[in-house]
Design a protein around this ligand. Structure first.
Ligand code: PD2
Ligand code: ZN
Length: 280
C-alpha cells in the first residue's frame, strides 16, 4: 500500500512528541483518512521501534538499580555540595524529575568545555552540504571521560550520591546540542541483547540500568523529553534533570523515551548513563 509521505512525516513527528497511537488514530480518522490507511500508517511508523525490540522473556534482570532516597517523600535531597529539588516522581517506570541539580554557571561552563568537540561535528555537516539541520538526524554530541576535568568530576559525584549508585559505574558525561528542528527519536537506552555487537559493549561494565538527562540550556519551544508509553513530557528547563531506571533490557520497563523536536531556540543536555558494574 502506498502511504502518503506527508502523513508519515506527521505521524513520526507526533510519535516523537509522545502522542499515543490511539490519539493519532483518532486524529487521522477525523482528518478523513480511512481506518485501513490509518492502521497501515501507524504499523509502518511504529514498526522500527517494535522490530528493534521484540519481546524477550529471557532478558536477565539486574538485582539492583540506581534509586534516590524517596522513602519519606522529600521535597529536596541534600547532597554533599547542593540541595536538589524533587519535582516529580513516577513509580513505574521509575522516573524522577529533579530541579536545581546544576547551577546556571555549571550549565554554561559544561557547554563551553564541550563546545570545541561539538564544533568539529558541525564542520563535517557543512562538508556534506549546507548548515541545514536534518530533522531526522539526532543532535550533535560529544563524550567526556569520567572525571575528565574538575567540573565533570564534581557533577558526577553529585549524581552518584543523588541516585545512590557508585561513581565508578557511570559512563562519562555526554553533551548533546539540538539546533532548531533537531530531535532524538524514541529509543531505549539499554543495549539490545540480540545485537551482535552487544557482548563487547557489555564487557565494559554490564548493562545500562539508569539514565540522567540534565538540561543545560532551555529552548524557547519544543525539546521536551517524552515517554510515549506513559504519556509523560518533561520540560527541558536549564539546571533540572530527568532520571529513570530500568532493571532489564526489555520494553516492559516502559522506558521508551525521546527528545521532541526543538521548534525554537537551542537545547543542550548532558546525559549520564549508569552501568551494573564499574565502567572501564
Ligand atoms: O535530550 C533528550 O531529551 C534526550 C531524550 C532521549 C536524551 C536522550 N534520550 C539520551 O541522551 O539518551
Ligand atoms: Zn535516551
Amino acid at each position: 500500500m502506498h502511504l502518503d509521505p506527508t502523513l508519515m512525516k506527521w505521524l513520526h513527528e507526533n510519535l516523537a512528541r509522545g502522542h499515543s497511537p490511539e490519539s493519532l488514530t483518532t486524529s487521522m480518522l477525523a482528518a478523513g483518512w480511512s481506518q485501513e490507511i490509518a492502521r497501515a500508517a501507524l504499523d509502518e511508523a511504529l514498526g522500527r521501534v517494535i522490530k528493534a525490540n521484540p519481546l524477550r522473556v529471557d532478558a536477565p534482570r539486574s538485582s539492583a538499580v540506581p534509586e534516590p532516597d524517596l522513602a519519606q517523600s522529600p521535597s529536596f535531597i541534600q547532597t554533599a555540595d547542593r540541595r536538589v529539588d524533587v519535582w516529580t516522581v513516577v513509580k513505574h517506570p521509575r522516573v524522577v524529575v529533579f530541579g536545581n541539580l546544576l547551577s546556571d554557571e555549571e550549565c554554561e561552563e559544561l557547554i563551553q568545555l564541550a563546545q570545541p568537540k561539538l564544533s568539529r561535528s558541525l564542520t563535517v555537516d557543512n562538508q556534506t552540504g549546507g548548515d541545514e539541520v536534518n530533522p531526522a538526524r539526532t543532535s550533535d554530541g560529544m563524550f567526556f571521560n569520567r572525571g575528565e576535568n574538575p567540573l565533570c568530576e564534581r557533577i558526577e559525584r553529585r549524581l552518584a550520591e543523588l541516585v545512590r549508585w557508585p561513581y565508578e559505574n557511570g559512563e562519562g558525561l555526554q553533551v548533546l546540542r539540538y539546533r532548531n528542528g533537531a530531535q532524538y527519536v524514541p529509543h531505549y537506552d539499554y543495549f539490545d541483547p540480540t545485537q551482535p555487537g552487544t557482548p563487547k559493549i557489555l564487557a565494559r561494565g554490564g548493562q545500562r540500568v539508569g539514565t540522567i538527562v540534565i538540561y543545560l540550556r532551555t529552548p524557547e519551544r519544543g525539546g521536551a523529553t517524552v515517554f510515549p508509553d506513559i504519556g509523560l513530557e518533561v520540560a527541558p528547563i536549564k539546571g533540572s534533570a530527568v532520571f529513570f531506571s530500568y532493571d532489564r533490557p526489555h520494553p516492559d520497563t516502559k522506558t521508551l523515551h525521546g527528545g521532541a523536536p526543538v521548534t525554537l531556540g537551542e537545547k543542550y543536555v548532558a546525559t549520564k548513563w549508569m552501568r551494573e558494574r564499574e565502567f572501564v
